[in-house]
Design a binder for this molecule. Structure first.
Ligand code: UDP
Length: 462
């Protein structure tokens, strides 16, 4: 018999990646794996701090060993600069991860690391470490399969003159479709065209192209999606294996993987006091920023809607002044609202009082809303969130678009109007329930995502 299965799981250092990969890590522990979870040092500290503020939150550490590796950024440097972070990690994280694998062979009570599950967005280096150290590897893509399909199609996009071969910039067309039944994509929303500044675009594009090369040799490419959500994409790209939607952000009622401590008790006891399907839940993930005008317009739109609302305002979400609410706003809505800096989102969306989700359409939020059967007011901010909005509004038809006026502002009247429309839309409600059932069936024993995950587990154990 070989050594017991020991997986090294490595997320990209961003909130929307650490949360789903930690859930995957727990799912591996459930199936008899030992797991070492390698966060960047910066995020390791944040995750530990958030867990220790949770009642018995540290108990979950008995299940998973959290390790920390340097990301190469200087203290205080802007880690929202994803391009710089990506470039630095290749240089600094790769040797530290390789050392983790090698050290586990020399002296590790938990036994040697036998396989690696790496975030696709780490590029080629993690898979190269797996190859060099001779362990099995799988890559996990925590966004939609449709967006991964565009990366895997880069050679074809170049060949069809849609993007430039050197830096991936758009050539003639603004939009393209990989097949007639897949979503229409905008070249401007491709990751390398919208993340970071133009000077770094070519570097990011090269890293992504290199990642496409590396992934061709890895044993599995998993995706936090499910068959019925993206049937056409899975049919055309059989290499991408859906294993979701994950139950992200909580385990046995405890928050896991959060960078900020979720205000659990406050949110849940406030929701408990609200009537069924009455509350507008408003959250824009971990990156989205608003300018002052849009922030205030959103506040006034929620007020105008006349409905109870739970609004996540991250400490860094406002423009400059964090609490730059319209004059008197908080007093006027005090009796029917709750504003928190971070919520236990999965638990919130599962709460019967929640009626709809004003969302930036990050993929985790999208899957969480779908899994819990909550209709969306879809308000994307950048990158893949626009494709996710198309899925929500045009393909699955489980939400409505938030649309800007001529000046580029989503007005208070529009917000209040759309929330009202969404609440009364029986068609949306029906389709939301159908999609919820399909999502839940896929992860149940015998469901397609469940079976795919078991197949992956067996292959990693073999
Ligand atoms: N999230 C949360 N509480 C909040 C806001 C977000 O727990 O108040 C979680 C959310 O459930 C999701 C993740 O943070 O799992 C955000 O990921 P997503 O892909 O939606 O957006 P990103 O932050 O990557 O833009």
């Amino acid at each position: 018999m070989g050594p017991a299965p020991h997986a090294l799981v490595i997320p990209f250092p961003a909130q929307g990646h650490v949360i789903p990969l930690l859930e995957l890590a727990h799912a591996l522990v459930d199936r008899g794996f030992t797991v070492t979870f390698a966060n960047s040092e910066f995020n390791h500290d944040r995750v530990l701090a958030a867990m220790s503020s949770e009642k018995n939150g540290m108990a979950l550490l008995d299940r998973i060993r959290l390790a920390a590796v340097p990301d190469g950024m200087a203290p205080g440097e802007d880690r929202n600069n994803l391009v710089k972070l990506t470039v630095q990690m290749k240089e600094h994280m790769a040797p530290a991860v390789e050392e983790l694998v090698l050290r586990s062979r020399r002296a590790d009570a938990r036994g040697p690391i036998t396989c690696m599950v790496t975030d696709y967005n780490l590029g080629s280096w993690a898979l190269d470490v797996a190859r060099r150290t001779g362990i099995k590897s799988a890559s996990i893509w925590p966004a939609s399969a449709a967006v991964l399909a565009t990366l895997l199609s880069i050679p074809k996009l170049v060949q069809d003159d849609i993007i430039d071969s050197k830096d991936g910039s758009a050539l003639k067309q603004e939009t393209f479709q990989l097949s007639p039944d897949m979503p229409v994509m905008h070249t401007a929303d491709l990751a390398w065209n919208c993340i970071g500044n133009h000077g770094c675009q070519a570097a990011l594009f090269r890293i992504i192209v290199d990642g496409v090369r590396a992934v061709a040799n890895c044993d599995f490419v998993l995706c936090n999606s499910f068959h019925d959500a993206e049937e056409a994409t899975f049919a055309r790209f059989p290499k991408i294996v859906p294993v979701g939607p994950f139950l992200t952000g909580e385990r046995n009622g405890k928050a896991v993987g959060h960078f900020w401590p979720p205000e659990d008790d406050a949110c849940i006891s406030w929701l408990d006091a609200q009537p069924e399907k009455s509350v507008v839940y408003v959250a824009f993930g971990s990156f989205t920023m608003f300018d002052r005008l849009q922030f205030q317009e959103l506040a006034l739109g929620l007020e105008l809607s006349g409905r109870p609302f739970l609004w996540v305002v991250r400490p860094d979400i406002g423009h400059g002044a964090v609490h730059d609410y319209p004059a008197g706003f908080l007093d006027r809505v005090r009796n029917r609202s709750m504003v928190v800096s971070w919520s236990p989102q999965q638990r919130v969306l599962a709460h019967p009082a929640v009626a709809c989700f004003v969302s930036h359409c990050g993929w985790n939020s999208t899957m969480e809303g779908v899994r819990n059967g909550v209709p969306f007011l879809a308000w994307p901010y950048f990158a893949d969130q626009f494709v996710n909005q198309d899925y929500i509004c045009d393909v699955w038809k489980v939400g409505l678009r938030a649309e800007a006026d001529k000046a580029g502002v989503i007005t208070k009247e529009h917000i209040a109007g759309r929330v009202g429309e969404l609440m009364g839309d029986q068609g949306v409600r029906k389709r939301t329930n159908t999609l919820k059932k399909l999502a839940q069936e896929s992860v149940k024993e015998g469901g397609s995502s469940h079976n795919n995950f078991e197949m992956f587990v067996d292959a990693m154990k073999a």
